[in-house]
Write a protein that binds this ligand. Structure first.
Ligand SMILES: NC(=O)c1ccc[n+]([C@@H]2O[C@H](COP(=O)([O-])OP(=O)(O)OC[C@H]3O[C@@H](n4cnc5c(N)ncnc54)[C@H](O)[C@@H]3O)[C@@H](O)[C@H]2O)c1
Length: 340
C-alpha cells in the first residue's frame, strides 16, 4: 500500500515523535508502511517520554536521533544524512500555561524551529528534490468563540489569544509564505483537543486522572464552563492518513475536529464517574478546586470539519465515552510512564 498515491515515499522525517500525537502517528505508520523508513527527531524535552521512545523501537523501520529543531546546525545535519520525501512536523512546545509563564521557548521551538526545517526543505527543493511538508497545527490559532457563534472553518480569521497559539499561528503563516515563495508543497492541518494514551500529565484529562489517583486537588480554571472540541488521537491519525491517501499536498489547510464539544467541568465529572463506576474510586468530586482563570482563556473552540469529510472518506468515530474509558484505563496501567 502506498502512503501517498503517485509518490514513491521511501524516507519520512517525523519531528516530536516522542510526544503524544507524534508517537501515535509513528506507531500506526511504521506498522502500515513497512517499506518506508521513519526517522524521529526530538530533543527529549520534559514533554517527551523515554518510555514512548522505547515503545517505538519495536518497529524495524524506525530510528531516532536526539535533535533540537531550534538549532539550524543540527537540523541541517539530519537533512544532509538523508533525503526525505515527506516531513511531518509535530514538534512544538504545546502547553498554554507554560507559554504564559515562559514564552521564549515557544518562539524558539514553534517559530524558529519551523523556519529551520522549512529552510532545509527549500534547499532540497532548489536541488531538485520534492520534499512534502505537513505542518501539524491547532484550532487555537482562530481564537475564541461564544456559544452561539459558528464553528471555525478553514476561512476563519486568525485571532490567537495566548503566546502558544500566537506562536502556532506565526508558524502556519511562515509555512504558507515559504510555500508561495520557495515552491514547497505543504499541507497544514489544524486539529482540536486530542486525547488518548501517552499524553503528558500536564494536560486536562491525564492530569485529572492522576490527581484523583494520588488524592490531589483537581484545579479547574474559572467556573469550568469553557468548552473544547475533543478528538480521539487515533481518529486524528486516521484523518491525516486519509488526506495522504488523496494526495492533498496542494498547499491546503484542513481543520480536523472530533465534533464532540464539552465543557471542562463536564469532562472532569465524566472522568470522576468512570473512575467510580469501573475502578471503585469514590468521593473524587471533593477534589475539584476552582482556581483563578487562565489569563487570555479562550471560552470555546468548535471545529467545522466538513472540508476534510468531503475531501476524504474520514469522519470521527463518535464514541467519546468508550474512548475516554480506554484512555483512563491506559493511565491506570501506566501510572509511571513519565517517571524517568
Ligand atoms: N495535544 C493536542 O491536543 C493538540 C491540539 C492541537 C494541535 N496540537 C499540535 O500537535 C503537535 C503535537 O502535540 P502533542 O500534544 O503531541 O505535544 P507534546 O508536547 O506531547 O509533544 C511534543 C514533542 O515535541 C518535542 N519537542 C519540543 N521542543 C522541541 C525541540 N525544540 N526540538 C525537538 N523536539 C522538540 C517534545 O520533546 C515532545 O516529544 C504540536 O505541534 C501541537 O501544537 C496538539
Amino acid at each position: 500500500m502506498q502512503m501517498i498515491p503517485g509518490i514513491n515515499i521511501k524516507e519520512v522525517l517525523v519531528t516530536g515523535g516522542c510526544g503524544f500525537i507524534g508517537s501515535h502517528f509513528l506507531s500506526k505508520s511504521c506498522n502500515a508502511f513497512p517499506d518506508i523508513n521513519f526517522t524521529n527527531i526530538d530533543n527529549l524535552s520534559y514533554a517527551a517520554s523515554i518510555n514512548t521512545e522505547k515503545y517505538l523501537t519495536q518497529f524495524k523501520n524506525y530510528n531516532f536521533q536526539k535533535i533540537d529543531i531550534s538549532d539550524l546546525v543540527q537540523i541541517k545535519e539530519i537533512f544532509e544524512q538523508r533525503k526525505f520525501d515527506l516531513v511531518v512536523h509535530f514538534a512544538a512546545e504545546s502547553h498554554v500555561d507554560n507559554s504564559i509563564n515562559s514564552p521564549i521557548e515557544f518562539i524558539n521551538t514553534n517559530i524558529v524551529g519551523t523556519y529551520n526545517i522549512l529552510q532545509c526543505i527549500s534547499e532540497s527543493v532548489r536541488e531538485g528534490k520534492d520534499t512534502l511538508f505537513h505542518h501539524i497545527s491547532t484550532d487555537e490559532v482562530y481564537g475564541s468563540l461564544d456559544l452561539n457563534e459558528k464553528s471555525f472553518s478553514e476561512l476563519s480569521n486568525f485571532s490567537p489569544s495566548s503566546p502558544y497559539s500566537a506562536s502556532k499561528a506565526s508558524s502556519d503563516l511562515i509555512v504558507e509564505a515559504w510555500g508561495k515563495t520557495f515552491d514547497i508543497k505543504y499541507l497544514i492541518t489544524n486539529c482540536s483537543n486530542n486525547f488518548g494514551p501517552r499524553q503528558h500529565t500536564e494536560k486536562l484529562i491525564p492530569k485529572t486522572v492522576n490527581n484523583i489517583l494520588n488524592n490531589k486537588y483537581i484545579p479547574v480554571f474559572g467556573n469550568g464552563t469553557n468548552i473544547r472540541d475533543w478528538l480521539y488521537v487515533e481518529d486524528h491519525i486516521d484523518a491525516i492518513l486519509s488526506l495522504y491517501k488523496k494526495n492533498l499536498f496542494i498547499n491546503e489547510r484542513f481543520n480536523i475536529g472530533g465534533g464532540f464539544e464539552i465543557s471542562n467541568i463536564e469532562i472532569i465529572n465524566e472522568i470522576i464517574s468512570i473512575l467510580q463506576e469501573y475502578y471503585g474510586q469514590n468521593d473524587a468530586e471533593k477534589l475539584i478546586k476552582f482556581v483563578e482563570d487562565r489569563k487570555g482563556h479562550d471560552f470555546r473552540y468548535s471545529i467545522d470539519n466538513s472540508k476534510i469529510r468531503m475531501a476524504t472518506s474520514w469522519s470521527p468515530s463518535k464514541n467519546f465515552k468508550e474512548q475516554l474509558k480506554n484512555t483512563i484505563n491506559w493511565y491506570m496501567l501506566n501510572e509511571n510512564w513519565w517517571d524517568q
